[in-house]
Every structure is written in structure tokens, then in C-alpha cells.
Design a binder for this molecule. Structure first.
Ligand code: MG
Length: 421
């Protein structure tokens, strides 16, 4: 049977949810989405950045992720509303609840995005476009916000499709439509191609997704290792990952922390990465899933953010392996400027546990590491998370050995700069 996959993405989620909630309480009130408005973090603390903005605010040059100060310079009359995470969680749950009425195979991808496997639901809900239309209307009518829905036969293409024209739109991107709808796009709009990778591709003369698709795969592998292969597949619309429905309680597998002090040396940064890796690894093992790719996020004191990611040779849930990968990514990406925020995420997870194919030069004893994690998990499960900690944290009083209260997706709604065209 032909697979039918949906990707549903809330338009300007944080702002939309705040607006929808205000209109629910006061139907006569103004709609924040129609004003020059933005959601900003706490100005007193270090989270003072723009988390989401209206279309009008965007026209003034206000950008997601920049500091409130910068935004105000461009747009002095900007109406700022504070972030309200409990509200977002509430809306996110209501959003997912509606999706689950159409299939049990719903995979929350972030607080405002989800994949659905709609294969074989035609008799119940009609053809894919019709089912998507029903979902789109219900979100608007029952919850008061708009979504974009991408439809395809795999997750990657569905995700690319939902990012086409916004807001409140449904798009298809089936394999036969790739050339026409995807290949003309700039290569950095391809999922998984970050700024650093895009830079390398530009140097090779690769400007569009189509250029990438037509490049010799072996050349990309040489330049970008495993990631080269992955993005070549993506550019050609190939993605074998399946929709992984998760329990409602699942919080995602990313962690970031804003430090109460500026981190200026690699050693301290790595200790923080270790703490973040501990939490990510623990959560993966708890849900019996493995990370296929790891990403590290660094935000410096000018709130310039960069993230760096790589696909693992073999999916893992081992804390040490996550940490070593994160450390390597950090070293490759950090330019030495003082750091305010660090994040570690498992950006793709899988539940399939293939046996590990050891590389020729890979002498690591993974089994030993697995046993270690297993023992630590058991001790923490029984006596609490602080009952055992790595010696690396002994003299680091200002670093929590298991960062994990703030989830990555609680920090911004993950909107890309150019996403609400
Ligand atoms: Mg969104």
C-alpha cells in the first residue's frame, strides 16, 4: 500500500496560541496576530529574546532569536507579550489530541509540529487532501489557530511540503513532484542542511536542492561523511524513517540550558555538554529509542546562535557516545566567543535496534558503556537522580550534573527565519 504521511505545523505557534487564548477570554478583543506584536522571553533574565512574531512585526525586520533590545531598535512600537509555557503545553496537547482522532500513529516532532501516518485511512476520512482539509478546519474552528499541512509518502517530503507558502495552507509533495516543487529551492532550505553545511555546499557550486540532488553522491560523502549521504538522499526525496508514535507524555529528546554565568573555556562547556548528554541519554533509554543523529546548539553572548549536527554511524542511547559526539561537534563549531546557552539533542530517533557494525578503527567497548548506563539508570531509579554522579562534576558547583528542566523546544517555537513567507 502506498504510504500517506502528513506533517502538521502550527503557524507562528507561540504568538498564535497567545492570540487564540486572549480571544477566547475576550472575543471582542484585538487579535495579536494582526498587530505588530511578538512574544519575548523575560527581559530581566537571559532569556530576553524574541520567540515568535507577527507578520507585521516581521515587516519591520523583527527576527526570531534576536534580543528584545535589537527588536525594539528596529520597531519601537513593537507590542511585546511574555512567553507562557504552561499555555503552550496546553495548546500543544489539544493540537495533538485532535490529530490522534485520525490515527494512533502520531509523532510529536516539536511542541508545535507532528507527523501522522495516514496510510489506509481513506475509507474513514477520505482522500489525503480531504482528510487534511478536515484537520485544518477543525484546528481553526475548535482551537482558534491555523496550521500548515504537508502531504507526501514519507516524512522528509511531508515536512518540506508544510514549509511551502504559509499560513493556513495544505501542500502536497509526492516524489513525482520533487523536481517541480523542491529542486528550485535554495539548498539551505533542505531539512538537515545547517548554515555550516550550506557554506561548504556553496563552495562546491551547489546553490539549489536540485544541484545537490544531481551531485555525485560519493563526492558528498567524501566532503561531509555520513551527512553527505543523508542530504543527497533527502534532495532526491529518499527517506526511510517511519512515523514513531510516542506516548503523550514524551517530552522530546533535546535539552538546552541558559547558563547563569558566561562560559569562556572549552572545559567548562564540555562539562555542561556532559550534563546535557546525561539527560538526553537517560530519556532515550527510558523510552527505548535510539538517536540516529546528534545536534549541538551554541548561543553566544550576542545571542548569535549556531547549531551543528551529525549523523551517527550507528544509532545509540549511550551517554558516553552522545557526549563524545557532542564534544566533537562543539569543538568543530565553537568560535571562542563567550557562551550563554548550550544544547544537546537527539534530532532523529529510531526504535529499530540493528546490531552495531564495528568500524575498522573503532576499538570502543560499547557493551561496557551500555552496562555502565544500565547500572547508573537502576541506581538513579531506586535512589534518585542525585544518588550517583560523574566525578567530572565534583568541583563544578555551578553546574548541575543532570541538566534537564528546560526542554529545547520550550525555548523557541523552532520557527525558521524565512518560514512564514
Ligand atoms: Mg511552527
Amino acid at each position: 500500500m502506498k504510504k500517506v504521511i502528513f506533517h502538521i505545523d502550527v503557524n507562528s505557534a507561540f504568538l498564535s496560541w497567545e492570540a487564540a487564548n486572549r480571544l477566547k477570554e475576550n472575543p471582542q478583543g484585538e487579535d495579536l496576530r494582526l498587530l505588530t506584536a511578538a512574544v519575548g522571553g523575560d527581559q530581566q533574565k537571559r532569556h530576553g529574546i524574541i520567540l515568535a512574531k507577527s507578520i507585521s512585526a516581521k515587516k519591520f525586520g523583527v527576527r526570531t532569536g534576536e534580543s528584545i533590545l535589537e527588536a525594539r531598535k528596529k520597531c519601537p512600537h513593537l507590542l511585546l507579550v511574555p512567553a507562557n509555557y504552561p499555555l503552550y503545553r496546553e495548546y500543544s496537547q489539544a493540537f495533538q489530541k485532535i490529530l490522534r482522532e485520525y490515527t494512533p500513529d502520531v509523532e510529536p516532532f516539536s511542541i508545535d509540529e507532528a507527523f501522522m501516518d495516514m496510510t489506509g485511512t481513506q475509507l474513514l476520512f477520505g482522500e489525503p487532501l480531504q482528510a487534511a482539509e478536515t484537520i485544518r478546519r477543525r484546528m481553526k474552528k475548535e482551537l482558534g489557530f491555523t496550521v500548515n499541512i504537508g502531504i507526501s509518502s514519507n516524512k522528509l517530503l511531508a515536512k518540506m511540503a508544510s514549509d511551502f507558502e504559509k499560513p493556513d495552507k495544505i501542500h502536497t509533495l509526492f516524489p513525482e513532484e520533487i523536481q517541480e516543487k523542491m529542486w528550485h529551492l535554495p539548498v539551505d532550505q533542505l531539512f538537515f542542511v545547517g548554515r555550516a553545511t550550506a557554506g561548504k555546499l556553496h563552495q562546491m557550486g551547489i546553490e539549489t536542492i536540485g544541484d545537490l540532488a544531481k551531485t555525485e553522491k560519493s563526492l558528498l560523502k567524501k566532503l561531509l561523511k555520513k551527512q553527505g549521504e543523508t542530504i543527497w538522499n533527502f534532495a532526491n526525496g529518499i527517506d526511510f524513517s517511519v512515523v514513531q508514535s510516542q506516548p503523550v507524555s514524551n517530552k522530546g529528546y533535546g535539552n538546552s540550558t541558559t547558563m547563569s554565568f558566561d562560559v569562556t573555556d572549552a572545559d567548562t562547556a564540555k562539562t555542561v555538554l556532559l550534563a546535557l548528554s546525561e539527560t538526553v541519554g537517560t530519556r532515550l533509554r527510558e523510552h527505548q529509542v535510539l538517536a540516529e543523529a546528534i545536534s549541538v546548539e551554541i548561543k553566544d553572548t550576542r545571542l548569535k546562535s549556531l547549531s551543528h549536527q551529525c549523523t551517527l554511524d550507528c544509532p545509540t542511547d549511550i551517554t558516553n557516545e552522545i557526549y563524545q559526539t557532542a564534544g566533537r561537534l562543539f569543538e568543530e563549531a565553537w568560535n571562542g566567543s563567550p557562551i550563554r546557552l548550550l544544547g544537546v539533542s537527539a534530532i532523529r530517533v529510531t526504535s529499530s535496534r540493528n546490531s552495531r557494525q564495528l568500524g575498522l578503527f573503532d576499538t570502543q567497548d560499547y557493551e561496557k558503556w551500555e552496562k555502565l548506563d544500565d547500572a547508573i539508570d537502576k541506581i538513579r531509579g531506586k535512589y534518585g537522580k542525585d544518588s550517583i554522579q560523574r566525578a567530572a562534576f565534583l568541583n563544578k558547583k555551578n553546574i548541575d550534573h543532570m541538566y534537564g528542566k528546560r526542554l529545547k523546544f520550550q525555548f523557541t517555537d523552532g520557527e525558521k527565519e524565512d518560514s512564514d513567507k
